[in-house]
Design a protein. Sequence first.
Length: 239
Amino acid sequence: MRECFQKRACTLSRRKVLSGAAALFAASAITSVEGRGAHAQQSNAIAPSEALDRLMQGNARYAANEATAKDFSPSAAAQSETRGPIGVILGCADDPVPPEILFDQEPGALFVVRNAGNVVTDTVLASLEYAVQYQNVSLIIVLGHSNCRAIGMAFQAVRERKELEGHLPELVKAIEPAVLAAHAKHPRDFLGVTIEENVRLAGKNLIKAEPILSNALAAKKIAVSGGIHDIASGAIKLI
C-alpha cells in the first residue's frame, strides 16, 4: 500500500512539475512574441505614402541596375526581426524576381504573400489582416507581372470553356472576372489588359474586406495600391 501511494505521489509530483514548466514556457513565449510585436510597431510605423515612396525608389534603383548590396545572411535576418516590415506585397508566384530584390529592400522589410495569379483567397486575406493588425504594416501592394503564365492559363481555360483537374478550377474562377473585364474593352493586348484587370480586381476585394482592412482604410491607417512588374525593364507601373 505504501509503495502504491509513493508511486502515485511521484506521478502527481511529476505532473505538477511538467504542468508548471509548460505554463512557464507559454508565459515566456507570449512575452517574447508581445515584446517583438511592440518593438516592430515602434520601428516600422510610417505613413502609407512614405512606404510607397520608399519602395518605388528601391524599384527605380533595381530597374537602373543600381541596387545596393544587401546582406541576407542568417545574422542579418535575425536582426530584421526587431524592425518589422514596411509593406505587404501580394505577388504572383510566377514572377521570377523576388519582391525583396525587385524593391531593393533589406531582409524583413517586406511581408510577402505569393500565389499563382496574385489572387485574394481566404488564407491570403487572413495573412494580410495579420500583417496589418499585428505587424503594423501601412501599405499593401497587389503586384502582377508581364506575360503572366498563370493569368494566361486562366484566360485560355475561360475562352475554351475547358474543364481543368484538381483545384485549378478554383484558380480559374478567381481570375475569370478579370478575363471578362478585359474582354469588354476589346484590347489589342488581351493578356496584358487581363493582368491589369486582375490586379484591380484583387485591390477591390481587399478594399471591401471587412472588418479589419475596411476599418483600417476608413481610418487612413493603411493604403492599398496595385502595380505591374515589367520583367524586361524591371520597372513597376502603378495602376
